[in-house]
Write a protein that binds this ligand. Structure first.
Ligand SMILES: [Fe+2]
Ligand SMILES: [Fe+2]
Length: 414
């Protein structure tokens, strides 16, 4: 007999008939397996799986009070149908207490799959808008939930992947990066999971109104006329209309998106709102939207290193941004965000893999290249710059390096 049970009821000796999640969401070979030890249970929990189906004919049973369901062939098939995913999407069934934090290395492969899936979702949403169709909000919620769970397991994995961006698919990557950073920042600020989901949805779709603007204006290589710039600015109102017309999108999601170009001093658009007239989420997304735009390579300029972008935003916070929020954002992502490629004083080059709030200037760096010797390190190793021994040796970050110039795929080292 097949029974559905919560993962915390799993015991060695049970036989898992189905892991109750898509194969992309777990690292196990196949969906059926014998639970040989506690390590497997821990792994299943760590990968965010909340419920599984066990087969009591092939392994141990649970106590009678378990939530059971009779097995049918269709049941197992249905688990992975799109319909089921849609029905699950957006419900409150995610048990956030079950989510355990993991290292960036443990999360990175899952984060990569989630990011690829998110790109497909955003592409689909944009194509739907372009062709006059409605947004499939269940897909959006499902994507945001996957991103949210990944961030709760490790806040740096998805964000670290966001450091690698190409200029050509800017809008997809920008939407996902803003969503990732916004959810991480919301978590840092202590928002509850439901609120994180709502601001995540608003962030993922914050520039969706751009799809209503003529591609002649969007792709124009010469300077825009005042009229054309006015049309570009309308993407905020277009976006609001699209979100309002999408059933099930909450006011919080709509306002998060609607306020992303407002500025504290009233110099923003569309409503020139000032100070607290701008929602808290709106004040936060404004910082993140600009941060991501600055740190992304655009066809007309090189990308700006994160530290320099943060300095610029901090400077502008005297007028345009909430300074307290900017300071918190810097504490959240670090002065050298995870995924950045940095050069140390000794000439070694490495990827930032971790940092603590107390040591923003001294992150943990995974050394992968020796710039002076111009050779790659065969076995990368970590240097924790916050350790006394490193401080005494005078080792510190000397600057940023561009991964493209050294031909380094930073995500491989996270
Ligand atoms: Fe925008
Ligand atoms: Fe944006």
């Amino acid at each position: 007999m097949v029974k559905k049970i919560k993962v915390n009821r799993l015991r060695p000796g049970m036989y898992i008939h189905d892991l109750n999640c898509s194969w992309m969401d777990h690292p196990f070979y196949g969906s059926s397996l014998k639970v040989k030890n506690d390590g497997i249970i821990e792994k299943i929990i760590r990968f965010g799986i909340r419920e599984v189906y066990i087969d009591t004919d092939k392994g141990l049973d649970v106590a009678e009070d378990a939530d059971t369901e009779q097995s049918t062939g269709e049941k197992a098939d249905k688990l992975h149908t799109h319909e089921e995913q849609q029905n699950d999407a957006g419900d409150d069934s995610i048990n956030f207490d079950d989510i355990r934090t993991v290292t960036v290395g443990e999360e990175i492969l899952k984060a990569k799959a989630i990011r690829e899936e998110a790109i497909l979702t955003v592409q689909k949403v944009m194509n739907d808008i372009k062709s006059g169709n409605k947004i499939n909000k269940d897909n959006v919620i499902h994507t945001v939930d996957d991103m949210l769970v990944s961030i709760l397991r490790n806040k740096n994995a998805l964000a670290g992947l966001g450091m690698l961006r190409k200029a050509d698919d800017y809008l997809y990557n920008h939407s996902i990066n803003v969503c990732t950073l916004m959810v991480s920042f919301g978590k840092f600020l202590g928002f509850d999971p439901q609120l994180l989901r709502e601001i995540g949805i608003g962030s993922l779709l914050h520039d969706i109104g751009t799809m209503k603007i003529s591609s002649d204006i969007l792709n124009k290589k010469t300077p825009l006329s005042e009229e054309e710039y006015g049309e570009i600015k309308k993407h905020v109102q277009y976006g609001r209309k699209i979100l309002e017309e999408t059933e099930g999108i909450t006011e919080t999601s709509i306002i998060t998106a609607y306020h992303h170009h407002e500025r504290l001093d009233g110099s923003g658009y569309p409503n020139c709102l000032k100070g607290d007239k701008i929602s808290y989420a709106g004040q936060a997304i404004a910082i993140i939207d600009v941060y991501d735009a600055l740190t992304t390579k655009k066809c007309y300029r090189r990308k700006i290193p994160p530290t320099q972008a943060l300095e610029m935003i901090y400077e502008w916070s005297s007028t345009q941004f909430n300074r307290e929020l900017v300071q918190k954002f810097i504490r959240c992502i670090g002065i050298y965000p995870v995924g950045s490629l940095v050069r140390l004083k000794s000439g070694l080059v490495g990827v930032v893999v971790d940092h603590s709030e107390e040591n923003l200037l001294q992150p943990v760096v995974r050394v992968i290249y020796n710039k002076r010797a111009e050779r790659y390190i065969s076995v990368p190793y970590d240097i924790d710059l916050s350790l006394e021994i490193e401080k005494e040796s005078g080792e510190r970050i000397a600057g940023y390096e561009l991964p493209e110039e050294l031909n380094i795929l930073t995500e491989m080292y996270l």
